[in-house]
Design a protein around this ligand. Structure first.
Ligand code: HEC
Length: 246
C-alpha cells in the first residue's frame, strides 16, 4: 500500500512544485483568475494606461470579449481606442524603432509578459517606481534598475521615495542598499485602492499570457479525480481476482 501512496504523491507533485513558484523580496500579487470583474477592470487599465506604448498583438478583441464576459459592443465602446476592428489583434501605432529613440529601449509586447516575469514580479514592478533625479524620466524602479519606462501610473499612486540601508559586504566595503520605497505624496487613489488597481491589471496580464489556463486546471482536477476512482476500482478488482489464489 505504501508504494501505491508514493505513486499517487509522485503523480501530483508537479502541481505542488508549481504552487511554490515566486522569488524573494517580491510582493504577493494574490490574483484571482476566476474573477471576471477584476479582469474587466484590468483590461480597462491596460488599454488606458499601457497601450500608448505596449501592444498585445497575440490577443484579439473579440476573444477578450468572450473570455471576460463582455459584449462586443461594450468592447468597441470602452476598450478600443486605436480605431481597430473587433476581430483585430491589440496592436498599436507606435513603431518600435521610434520608441527606442524616445525611451532608450523599445517597450516589449505584453501578451506573454506574465509567463516570463510571473505575477508577483509584475505586481511589485508596477508599484515600486520611485523618484530618482539621475534618470531621464526622473524615476527608477525597485525590481528593474535603470528602467526606460516612465512612471505611467503616478497620477493614481502618487510619488515614492527610496529608503536605503548601509550594508557591509564580505570584503568589509560599505554599500547603500535599497530596502523599500515609501509614499511621500499620495495620488488620486489610496494605497489600498492602488494595490487593487495593479492587482486587477496583473490579473489581466496573467489571463492574456495563458487564456485557457482556467479550463486547463479544471480539466486537470477532473483527470486526477478520475485516476483516483479508477485506482480504487482496480485495487478492489485485483483483490477479488487474487482472493482464491492465496
Ligand atoms: C510611455 C510609454 C510606456 C507606457 C505608457 C507603458 N510602458 Fe511599460 N515600458 C516602456 C518601455 C520604454 C519599457 C522598456 C524598459 C527598459 O527595457 O528599460 C517598458 C517596459 C515594461 C515592462 C518590463 C518588460 C520586461 O522587459 O520585462 C513591463 C512589465 C511593462 N513595461 C508594463 C507596462 C504596463 C503594465 C503599462 C501600463 C500600466 C505600461 N508598461 C505602460 C514604456 C511604456
Amino acid at each position: 500500500m505504501k508504494k501505491q501512496l508514493l505513486a499517487i504523491l509522485l503523480l501530483i507533485s508537479p502541481a505542488l512544485v508549481l504552487a511554490n513558484e515566486g522569488g524573494a523580496n517580491l510582493d504577493k500579487a494574490q490574483i484571482d483568475p476566476a474573477n471576471q470583474e477584476s479582469l474587466q477592470r484590468g483590461a480597462r487599465t491596460f488599454v488606458n494606461y499601457c497601450m500608448g506604448c505596449h501592444s498585445a498583438k497575440y490577443e484579439r478583441y473579440n476573444r477578450l470579449a468572450r473570455d471576460l464576459g463582455i459584449s462586443e459592443t461594450d468592447v468597441i465602446d470602452n476598450l478600443i481606442f486605436t480605431g481597430a476592428k473587433i476581430g483585430d489583434t491589440m496592436k498599436i501605432g507606435m513603431q518600435s524603432k521610434d520608441a527606442k529613440k524616445y525611451f532608450g529601449a523599445a517597450p516589449p509586447d505584453l501578451t506573454l509578459i506574465a509567463r516570463r516575469r510571473g505575477a508577483d514580479w509584475l505586481y511589485t514592478y508596477l508599484r515600486t517606481f520611485y523618484l530618482d533625479d539621475s534618470r531621464p524620466f526622473g524615476v527608477n524602479n525597485k525590481v528593474f534598475d535603470k528602467v526606460g519606462m516612465p512612471d505611467v501610473l503616478w497620477e493614481l499612486q502618487g510619488w515614492q521615495k527610496p529608503v536605503y540601508e548601509t550594508v557591509t559586504d564580505v570584503n568589509g566595503n560599505k554599500h547603500q542598499k535599497l530596502v523599500e520605497v515609501k509614499l511621500v505624496r499620495q495620488g488620486t487613489q489610496s494605497p489600498a485602492e492602488f494595490d487593487r488597481t495593479v492587482r486587477d491589471l496583473v490579473n489581466f496580464l496573467t489571463y492574456m499570457a495563458e487564456p485557457v489556463k482556467l479550463q486547463r486546471q479544471a480539466l486537470g482536477v477532473k483527470v486526477l479525480l478520475f485516476l483516483f476512482v479508477l485506482f480504487i476500482i482496480t485495487y478492489l478488482l485485483k483483490k477479488e481476482y487474487w482472493k482464491d489464489v492465496h
